[in-house]
Unconditional design. Sequence first.
Length: 170
Amino acid sequence: MTQNSEKTLVQSQLTHLNVEGEARMVDISAKVATKRQAIAAGQVRMLQTTFEAILAGNAPKGDVLAISRIAGIMAAKQTSQLIPLCHPLPLQKVEVHITPDPELPGFQIRASVITKGETGVEMEALTAVSVAALTLYDMAKGLEKSIEIESIRLLRKSGGKSGDYISSEK
C-alpha cells in the first residue's frame, strides 16, 4: 500500500475530515431522526467552609446552585455555537441537577439531554455539565479561588447508529 493510499484510507475513516484532510461538518441529511439521549456528569470540589457557605446561601454573588443550573441548561442549547463541528439540534429536554456531596466536599453535577434528531446529544450533555461547573466556580470564587472542577464524563447515551453506551462508572 502506498503512502497516499494509506493516508486516504485513514482520512476516509475520520468522519470530520474530507479527502483533502480538511475539517468538515458531517452530512447527516440521509440519517433517520430517532430519539437520542445522553447523560453526563462532573464534580466540583472545594473547602468545607466554601461548601457550607453555598449551602447556607451566603455566597457573595447570590444563589450559586440556581444560577449554575440555569447556565448549564443554556449552554446545552448553545453547544453548536461553542464546538465548531457540532450540528445545531432542537432539544426537547435538558435537565441539570446539582447535588451536594459532603464527602468531597462539593457538588455532583449531572445533565440529561434528549432530542429527536439525526445525531446524538453527547456534546450537549457534556457542555451543560462543563458550563454549570464553570458557573459554580465563578459564583463562588469570591469565597475560594482553589475550587477544582473534576471528572467531566459521559455516563450514558442511547439512540443512533452506534447504539447504546453505558459507562462502567456510576
